[in-house]
Design a protein around this ligand. Structure first.
Ligand SMILES: [Fe+2]
Ligand SMILES: [Fe+2]
Length: 291
């Protein structure tokens, strides 16, 4: 059996998680209570991850040779390893969603095209600033998933919950890496903050647009009263609460650092719950007996 020992918070292990087989029986409306909007929101986010994460890796790798701190060098290697596995597993999930009728692969291609264009038009430091900003997004959402049982339950199907809880743990583990690289190579505060302000708008517009396109293609959207009931439910979830948006905005403060938001206890708890002795996802690691 593969297990993991308790590690120092700055260690960023690459875990070869394999979830593809468990996606086979995920239904179209997998979210808790067959919820329409939460299913579409989850697929919209997942569709952005694989190409988004490849962009993050390219942005950080570009500056790798300029990093002198050996601890940060090791963390960059861990960050690249974690993002590569996330991308692979989310692509597998997106393929299953495509089979079920979501335009998930189309959204993947749109994300890839948008990011390639960005890289063509903007200098590497601006793309690293975008990576650091989006990593604050994933870390903030990740901490919400890890700390709120109702958010974890809202994923519904256990395979989707495993995918997002494991991803949430690793986003929390490596939340400061892109940020620290940006600082180490002299990225200016004004560009970091301006980029976050832009990415916040683009992210919300991107997710909402994808959801509208995706909902328009789903017969469930047109079942009497279903969309309205789902909207009423979404408004009560922590995703639309002010506290979440305040945490996202904390990044705009000059001198902000991701470690200003304490998450070490969450990381320790979830490392043990998922991958510690008898952890719930130990059997999903490559090389484990059940994998
Ligand atoms: Fe990731
Ligand atoms: Fe990440």
């Amino acid at each position: 059996m593969t297990t993991e020992r308790s590690q120092a918070p700055q260690s960023i292990p690459t875990r070869r998680v394999q979830l593809e087989a468990s996606f086979e029986d995920v239904p179209r409306h997998f979210a808790e209570g067959n919820d329409l909007l939460l299913s579409h929101l989850t697929v919209s986010l997942s569709s952005m991850f694989p190409d988004g994460e490849e962009f993050f890796v390219r942005s950080v790798r570009h500056f790798r040779d300029r990093i002198e701190d050996p601890v940060l060098k090791r963390q960059v290697a861990g960050f690249i390893g974690q993002e590569a596995v996330h991308g692979r597993e989310h692509r597998a999930f997106n393929e299953r969603m495509e089979e079920l009728g979501y335009p998930a692969k189309h959204f993947e291609r749109m994300t890839a095209r948008f990011l390639k264009l960005r890289e063509k038009l903007l200098p590497p430091i601006a793309n690293l600033a975008a990576t650091a900003a989006l990593e604050h997004f994933t870390a903030t959402l990740g901490a919400l998933v890890l700390s709120d049982e109702s958010v974890r339950a809202s994923f519904g199907h256990p395979a989707v919950r495993d995918l997002f809880v494991w991803h949430a743990l690793e986003e929390t583990e490596h939340k400061a890496v892109a940020f620290d690289v940006y600082r180490a190579v002299g990225g200016p505060e004004w560009l970091r903050i301006l980029t976050m302000r832009t990415m916040r708008v683009l992210f919300v517009v991107g997710v909402v647009t994808q959801m509208l396109v995706s909902l328009a293609q789903d017969p469930g959207t047109f079942q009497r009263g279903r969309l309205r009931a789902s909207w009423r439910h979404l408004r009560t979830t922590p995703l639309l609460r002010r506290a979440l948006w305040q945490e996202l905005r904390a990044y705009d403060r000059r001198g902000f650092h991701p470690s200003d938001i304490p998450t070490d206890d969450l990381v320790e708890t979830w490392r043990a719950r998922l991958f510690g002795e008898g952890g719930s996802m130990v059997d999903k690691l490559a090389g484990s007996q059940a994998a």
